[in-house]
Write a protein that binds this ligand. Structure first.
Ligand code: UDP
Length: 275
């Protein structure tokens, strides 16, 4: 009992230290980006689950997120109110450099979810995988369990981001007893879904994960490591899914916005309730 309490306290202190030791969050064309690493994200999740006082939201911010937020005030608000905005995309690391800052590493949902699953298997946290095409979340869950024996998957469900389905989905997720909810409806739908249902969810952590289930299930191949290392994952995605070209026009607009926004170097003052 006492050991349990001590462990809980040390997890909280460790998580808090990880955050306070990190540099402050920066703002890229109005969007908050935390200088997170995979390790600090895991420590933060651990602290939140130990605390379990509300739903903490994680967003995986890419240049596309930043540009969508310019035209979508609800999405901008969601990102600003999220507890952790990890830099998912080499463009964010480059943007930080242009702002005279350094982000330690790219923290992608596709690499983060398997790492969270590994930690979850060690700690007994229960995961719920929501979203992607029918059957994909199940296949991704099976893969995660095969890689992490003992992992507890509380539930999987494709569903849809349609508000008409929300009550039924919330019942499923809440009755599953999940600690962490991954939502794969693509941006901005997944993050808006979490934000508008935050008060009705009983999980400790909710995270939008984009095409991660497709990658884990093997439905969509991920770029080879060497391309990821060179920061060319976006190019590989364009080659595999050419219909993305229109979406990717946001990338040059992103670079332009970072270079020209007058308030780009302002410190981010609000949102982000990371303890
Ligand atoms: N998706 C979904 N319902 C929707 C829209 C998207 O389940 O109404 C899923 C889609 O099947 C995919 C994920 O959301 O698994 C988003 O993938 P995408 O590659 O577009 O996201 P990104 O990683 O680019 O944010």
């Amino acid at each position: 009992m006492r050991t349990g309490l001590l462990a809980t306290l040390s997890i909280q202190v460790y998580g808090d230290l990880m955050i306070s030791a990190a540099q402050s969050r920066l703002q890229v064309v109005g969007v908050p980006v935390d200088p997170a690493t995979f390790d600090s994200m895991l420590a933060q999740i651990e602290a939140w689950i130990a605390r379990r006082d509300r739903v903490y939201q994680i967003c995986t911010v890419s240049p596309e997120f930043v540009m969508i937020a310019q035209d979508d005030p609800a999405f901008m608000r969601t990102l600003r109110e999220a507890d952790l905005c990890v830099p998912d995309g080499v463009g964010l690391l480059l943007a930080a450099r242009l702002l005279g800052r350094r982000l330690p590493e790219r923290v992608t949902g596709s690499d983060g979810v398997p790492l969270i699953a590994r930690r979850a298997a060690e700690r007994g946290w229960r995961l719920f995988l929501l979203g992607a095409a029918p059957g994909v979340a199940e296949r991704a869950a099976a893969r995660l369990v095969a890689d992490n024996p003992g992992l507890l998957v509380a539930g999987t469900y494709a569903g849809s981001p349609d508000p008409a389905e929300e009550d039924a989905i919330l019942t499923r997720v809440n009755s599953s007893g999940a600690d962490i909810l991954f939502v794969a409806y693509g941006a901005p739908q997944q993050d808006l879904w979490i934000a508008r249902n935050r008060d009705r969810l009983s999980v400790a952590v909710a995270m939008g994960v984009g095409g991660t289930f497709d990658f884990i299930a093997g439905v969509v191949p991920r770029a080879p490591r060497w391309m990821q290392r060179l920061g060319l994952e976006w190019l590989y995605r364009l080659y595999r899914q050419p219909w993305r070209w229109r979406r990717m026009l946001r990338l040059p607009r992103f670079v332009w916005a970072v270079l020209t926004r007058r308030d780009r170097a302002l410190p981010h003052a609000e949102g982000g309730s990371a303890p």
